[in-house]
Design a protein around this ligand. Structure first.
Ligand code: 2AM
Ligand code: CA
Ligand code: CA
Ligand code: CA
Length: 264
């Protein structure tokens, strides 16, 4: 496989998809809900996924596609080359804010992350990485991440985990948010991952993410030495939903050990 050619192809495909999303605001967007009334999906999420699939199937017929909206392949193993795609990560932001959403794509070969992309469509900010080649913010090489103590860290976390919930001990989360320097919540897991990789956030935590939320970002994160795992400290799975934490080295272990207590 000529990965440089795949990389050039994927970048241009993502930019083209971003353009389609930006011009979609000129027309009425149709909004539906999925699992619950706040779990939104639009015709644009679906159309963009279908756009990627039609191009990838035409130009890389042996590759498989695993996308949030379900138009791709039924993936039960990580064999072969798989494009793991979230056509719009942050659909609620797409609908309500018309910004702060991203296209997320990771390309895996036999389960190994080869190419990762997160495109902040309205900011026109492109985070990308190729395995072993470093990670970039637009054309800028991102430096290796240094450790940061918890009291100087900005942590990306949704405020709902501070309230009682069925996933984590919220009192420990309260300790975390009062100990760290500050918290932020952007509403797009992929963007938050790109922020950790580029040092804009020091950690990001979510109790439940899907493979397409993290597939692109973990390849980028790995290139700068960020540590990404589930709450057991294991490598994130790419076939099911799992809790997720990514952080600077050292800080990851500190947060996981002292502030994350999963409910049984
Ligand atoms: P989405 O916009 O692609 O659905 C919001 O905090 C983040 O969590 C977004 O990255 C969002 O992705 C994801 N998310 C939203 N609803 C979710 C759900 N029901 N299960 C898992 N992840 C979800
Ligand atoms: Ca969704
Ligand atoms: Ca998502
Ligand atoms: Ca999505």
């Amino acid at each position: 496989m000529n990965w440089q050619a795949v990389d050039r192809y994927a970048k241009s495909l993502i930019k083209e998809a971003g353009h389609k999303i930006r011009i979609s605001f000129f027309n009425k967007i149709h909004i539906d809900s999925k699992a619950d009334p706040n779990d939104l999906v639009t015709n644009i999420d679906r159309e963009i996924e279908q756009f990627f699939i039609s191009r990838i199937q035409r130009d890389f017929p042996t590759h498989k596609i695993f996308g949030e909206e379900g138009f791709g392949d039924n993936i039960v193993s990580l064999d072969g080359i798989i494009w793991i795609l979230d056509p719009i990560d942050g659909t609620m932001n797409f609908v309500h804010q018309k910004r702060n959403f991203a296209i997320s794509l990771g390309i895996y070969a036999e389960g190994v992350g080869m190419l990762g992309y997160i495109y902040d469509v309205m900011g026109d900010d492109f985070y990308h990485a190729a395995k072993g080649e470093g990670a970039y913010f637009n054309d800028e090489l991102l430096p290796e991440l240094e450790p940061t103590p918890i009291h100087e860290a900005i942590v990306g976390i949704n405020a709902r985990w501070v309230a009682p919930n069925r996933y984590v001990n919220n009192e420990k989360i309260m300790d975390l948010i009062t100990t760290c320097r500050g918290t932020r919540s952007y509403g797009s897991a992929a963007m938050e991952l790109s922020y950790v990789a580029s040092g804009r956030l020091d950690a990001y935590i979510s109790t439940r993410l899907s493979p397409w939320d993290i597939a692109g970002g973990i390849i980028i994160a790995q290139e700068v030495g960020a540590v990404a795992t589930n709450f057991n400290g294991d490598k994130p799975g790419l076939l099911s939903q799992e809790p997720f934490i990514v952080a600077r080295p050292g800080l990851h272990e500190q947060i996981l050990t002292n502030y994350i207590e999963m409910k049984k």
